[in-house]
Design a protein around this ligand. Structure first.
Ligand code: SF4
Ligand code: SF4
Length: 382
């Protein structure tokens, strides 16, 4: 059994020793045990079961009968300090200040007094934050969780699309599936704003990926002032960049370029933004779970949709169409990849109304269980 107090003391001792030696640093997060609600700390490693009281409300019960309730709400895409303060005020009012953020951008309020659940939900709804995103696998009822996504134009340097704006537009349209558990199985949505795929797009059921479709420009003056030639040449995974040492710049072999944007990360003198040609691809069928079916990497089903800010109607329509077709056709617990493979990919395109083109022929043959280890999944045979 984990002795949490012992681990916390060990950590405090370790920090004290580092301070003595005068090389204390504030890098890295503080120890998580400092922030656990007392009931979780008291019952650490001794939780017995959990149940879903209603969409967005979970109850965890410990061996000794102690209980903690989590109320899950969707957080907005651009999280300002003002919104965070509002969440903290609610946490102070209803749950002794304890809340947590989930890996899919939900906020969970951790409550010990059951009578606080409904007043908290009423406050959240009055402030415009929807409550939901949970699933009850035993009952076979699933809600859509919030979307995982990357930074987009707001923060990163290589995006082909926005992130927050598209996610907001998509979730506005799929709102009802967050607030009610009416899907047949889990469905994970994700967005990455370039092919570096910081978001979990390769492992989500429906994904949006920003893609560039034209090679980087070479701004000779910018390259001279800002870039180191050997690093820039080495940054290209396809060996498409050649140094021109005399001119102190580079040239790109456009035949070899796959528009990944890696060179721009190394060299700001090689921008590859193209408002006309950048856009989004749609992928489906990724999953991490070993349940019933192997973990799978998602496949492209729509190669390109143009950037259409501020509401991206093309992307929203396709995501909604795929989700609703799967939701109306799939069996209980059947993830998108399981449904598509059961009915066949031809039928998938027929039923979703998506156009099949030569860009979608799947010649990727490295499946998770053939990759580097037979242990990549629990489902393997000798
Ligand atoms: Fe930046 Fe690409 Fe990651 Fe988006 S997916 S945050 S553009 S590296
Ligand atoms: Fe190479 Fe990618 Fe730059 Fe093209 S975009 S030149 S493939 S690093």
């Amino acid at each position: 059994m984990v002795d949490l107090d012992q681990r916390l003391n060990d950590w405090k001792e370790f920090i004290a020793k580092r301070k003595e030696k005068d090389y204390f640093s504030d890098f890295g997060p503080p120890h998580y045990a400092n922030f656990l609600p007392p009931v979780i700390k008291k019952n650490y490693g001794k939780w017995k079961y959990h149940e879903i009281l209603k969409c967005g409300v979970l109850k965890h019960v410990a061996e000794n009968g102690d209980a903690i309730y989590s109320v899950r709400a969707a957080s907005p895409r651009l999280l300002s300090i003002y919104t965070l303060r509002e969440f903290c005020d609610l946490a102070d009012k209803y749950c002794d200040g304890f809340l947590r953020f989930t890996s899919r951008n939900n906020v969970e309020f951790l409550i010990t007094d059951e009578s606080n659940i409904d007043p908290l939900i009423n406050d959240l709804k009055a402030m415009g934050f929807p409550v939901g995103g949970t699933h009850d696998a035993t009952a076979g009822k699933y809600a859509l969780s919030n979307m995982v996504h990357t930074q987009g134009w707001v923060h990163c340097h290589t995006p082909a699309i926005d992130a927050s704006g598209i996610v907001k537009a998509v979730m506005d349209e799929l709102f009802e599936y967050f607030e009610e558990m009416k899907l047949p199985a889990l469905c994970r949505l994700a967005l990455a704003c370039c092919a570096n795929m910081c978001g979990a797009v390769h492992a989500s059921d429906i994904s949006i990926v920003g893609i560039h479709r034209t090679p980087p420009l070479v701004d000779d003056d910018g390259v001279r002032r800002m870039c180191e030639l050997p690093t820039t040449v080495a940054s290209c995974p396809n060996a498409a960049i050649k140094a021109k040492p005399k001119e102190k710049t580079v040239e790109v072999n456009v035949e070899k370029c796959m528009f990944c944007g890696n060179c721009y990360t190394m060299c700001p003198g090689m921008p590859l933004f193209d408002p006309e040609n950048d856009g989004a691809a749609i992928m489906v069928g990724g999953k991490l779970s070993n349940a019933r079916h192997l973990p799978t990497l998602s496949k492209v089903v729509v190669p390109w949709i143009p950037n259409e800010p501020p509401r991206w109607p093309g992307v929203v329509d396709v995501v909604k169409k795929i989700l609703e077709t799967w939701a109306s056709e799939a069996r209980k617990h059947e993830r998108l990849i399981e449904w598509a493979e059961r009915i066949g990919w031809e039928k998938f395109f027929e039923k979703t109304g998506l156009e099949f083109t030569q860009h979608l022929i799947d010649d990727y043959r490295v499946t998770p269980y053939q990759y580097t280890s037979y242990r990549a999944t629990t489902q393997f045979r000798w």
